[in-house]
Design a protein around this ligand. Sequence first.
Ligand SMILES: C[S@@+](CC[C@H](N)C(=O)[O-])C[C@H]1O[C@@H](n2cnc3c(N)ncnc32)[C@H](O)[C@@H]1O
Length: 241
Amino acid sequence: MLITPLTRAKLVELLPEGLEIAEIGVASGGFSRTILDGCNPRRLRMIDAWMHQDVAHLKPDSNNPEQAVQDERHEGVLRDFAPEIAVGRVVVDRAYSHVAAERIADGSLDVVYIDADHSYDGVMRDLTCYAPKVASGGLMMGHDYTLHPRVEFGVVRAVNEFVLANGYNFLVLTLGENFPTWVIAAELRGTANAFMERIVTRVSGTVEVTGFPEHIAFEPKYVRHESTGFSFVPSFSAIKD
Ligand SMILES: C[S@@+](CC[C@H](N)C(=O)[O-])C[C@H]1O[C@@H](n2cnc3c(N)ncnc32)[C@H](O)[C@@H]1O
């Protein structure tokens, strides 16, 4: 695995151009625009239910606002991306992620970016639904490979378990911002190979760690500050047998 001091915005600039990408969890479309500008995909599928979910684990999540705000976000996305939608460069699919997955052909995506329900069950469901949609040598990546002081985040556990159970390679972890991005792939070829080569050759400060996640655990720590709330310290430790 490569640990690289990038932000996710800088990371997507290292993806090859002309890819078929799906973003799972869009909200107001801020990162969708970053993807379009950063790596000029052939097509970006923007998938979000834009539904307020009345479930306990999403109650404290600021990305689960009341329905009126969800509707506004959806309308805003349709307005902001209208030129790209008109030419088929963007497809907006308002649906729960597991339902939207049924409309995508197996092996048709080069990259899936998962950033929807961050609970263990939510992330595991998205990994499981979207893995077959990814082409050989394609990438699965996502946001928030960390713990959260208020919201139940199961991203670390779900991604690690998925990698180990399915023989995936844990390729990249970004540590250039408080909420790291994870990148995994079934096979190191094609898009995955080109992407890794760019990180190794272009990003100074990149470090290789072997044996992750089977022998090394990632246990992010939050440090509280009176003035700024909290900051984040990435912490790794050996897994004892
Ligand atoms: C963290 S926000 C997405 C942020 C966006 N990727 C960005 O970086 O700007 C999470 C979004 O996922 C959506 N969401 C949550 N659970 C979902 C599910 N099961 N299916 C589809 N969308 C979901 C929410 O409506 C919310 O807009």
